[in-house]
Design a protein around this ligand. Structure first.
Ligand SMILES: O=C(O)[C@@H](CO)OP(=O)(O)O
Ligand SMILES: [Mg+2]
Length: 396
């Protein structure tokens, strides 16, 4: 038994300058630390976050005394107890930020006590491949208001032969996009996730990224695919998708996305429709070629019940996995395994508000996710990418 000896919670800074929760779990022979990230375009059905200044004192009184003495290696019981103490099903009581930090820190403590890496502890001998990085190269929406209308223009170095090459290919495209923007006299800063945030149309963004990829592929020989996170719940006004100069009905939106997939050869589209529209997702998925994943983020919120509904309606071919949307590692694992059992891919994802915590690089590898979505540059993003490079050394 790896007994939990002490638990500490503190408030730390996130990448947007907001307070977030960090947990330390100390066990006999090891310790684990994890921090909660936070979203800007959060799904309506995500587990509930409580402000750290309220949630931490509450956890010291109500949660931590019940965790001390538990066996850290029994993650299922640890997570069940978090749910029992909370009692709401959505972590409204203790806060999903507290729950996720504690749950991940506990797994890391158990791995550390055994003296193995987290991805090996969770994935065993069959965790032998690192996911490809899916990175945000241009962005707007809730992450950079005033820039592009689609929230994220993503790239995946599908032709990379190593994690190092994959990570650096994305970085080269990111640099090349800056060159092209500057060459056209377009000034831009960066959005919350480190993608460029120019005031250009979505179509121009796709054109520029295509050009940048061509240059990088010519230089390196590595092919790169393009994806989108439309984050459509942010555009949906209850009746239509309200873009700046046009508003689209659901049918128009489906036709628009299908056309983008076709014209730009997209290989990944996340949240093309809003978070309630399982049927619209299903119609779009049936029209899209198999080589393009249709991924649900706000639609599924890493919640097995919602994923099951998506399975029944064939709404998507991939599920975005964000541990803080559901609150515990065990719930996250259930979401991943249900997705895989039903033939869907999984994409482990950062949030727009992040810390230098690298846990998701381990989870993505342990759980066999196809992609790790975590940006391209910026300290809190490269922390995860550099960890992925370290993890991949073991598979060489
Ligand atoms: O929509 C998303 O997929 C995420 C991460 O890119 O954004 P946020 O964390 O703001 O929900
Ligand atoms: Mg998303």
């Amino acid at each position: 038994m790896t007994s939990i000896e002490a638990v500490t919670l503190r408030t730390i800074l996130d990448s947007r300058g907001n307070p977030t929760v960090e947990a330390d779990v100390i066990v006999n022979g090891g310790y684990g630390r994890a921090a909660a990230p936070s979203g800007a375009s959060t799904g309506r059905y995500e587990a509930v976050v409580r402000p750290p200044q309220e949630a931490i004192p509450y956890a010291y009184n109500t949660v931590i005394p019940q965790l001390v003495g538990l066996d850290s290696r029994d993650q299922v019981t640890f997570d069940r107890i978090l749910h029992e103490i909370d009692g709401t099903g959505t972590f409204e009581g203790i806060g999903a930020n507290i729950a996720v930090a504690l749950s991940l820190a506990n797994a890391k403590a158990a791995a550390s006590a055994i003296g193995i890496e987290l991805y090996t502890y969770l994935g065993g001998v069959y965790a032998d491949e690192a996911p490809l990085p899916l990175g945000n190269v241009i962005g707007g929406g809730a992450h950079a208001p005033g820039a592009t209308e689609i929230q994220e223009f993503l790239i995946v170095p599908t032709g990379a032969s190593s994690t190092e090459e994959a990570v650096f290919t994305n970085a080269l495209v990111h640099k090349e996009v800056k060159k092209l923007l500057t060459g056209r006299g377009i000034t831009c800063g960066k959005g919350d996730e480190g993608g460029w945030a120019p005031q250009i149309s979505d179509i121009d963004a796709l054109g520029i990224i295509g050009e940048a990829i061509d240059t990088v592929t010519d230089e390196t020989g590595v092919t790169v695919g393009i994806g989108l996170d439309v984050a459509s719940s942010e555009l949906w006004d209850g009746e239509r998708y309200a873009y700046r100069d046009i508003s689209r009905t659901t049918e128009d939106q489906i036709a628009y996305i299908a056309d983008l997939v076709d014209t730009y050869g997209l290989i990944y589209v996340e949240d093309p429709l809003h978070e309630e529209d399982f049927e619209g997702f299903s119609t779009l998925t049936s029209q899209i070629p198999d080589n393009c994943l249709i991924c649900g983020d706000d639609l599924f919120v890493t919640n097995p019940e919602r994923i099951q509904r998506g399975v029944e309606l064939s709404s998507a071919t991939a599920v975005l996995i964000k541990p803080n949307q559901i609150g515990t590692l065990t719930d996250t694992f259930e979401a991943v395994s249900l997705s895989h059992r039903t033939g869907m891919e999984t994409v482990m994802s950062h949030r727009s508000g992040e810390t230098t915590d690298t846990t998701i690089a381990h989870l993505a590898t342990a759980f066999g996710c196809i992609y790790l979505k975590c940006g391209i540059v910026g300290g809190e993003r490269i922390a995860k990418l550099n960890e992925l490079i370290r993890i991949s050394e073991n598979f060489a």
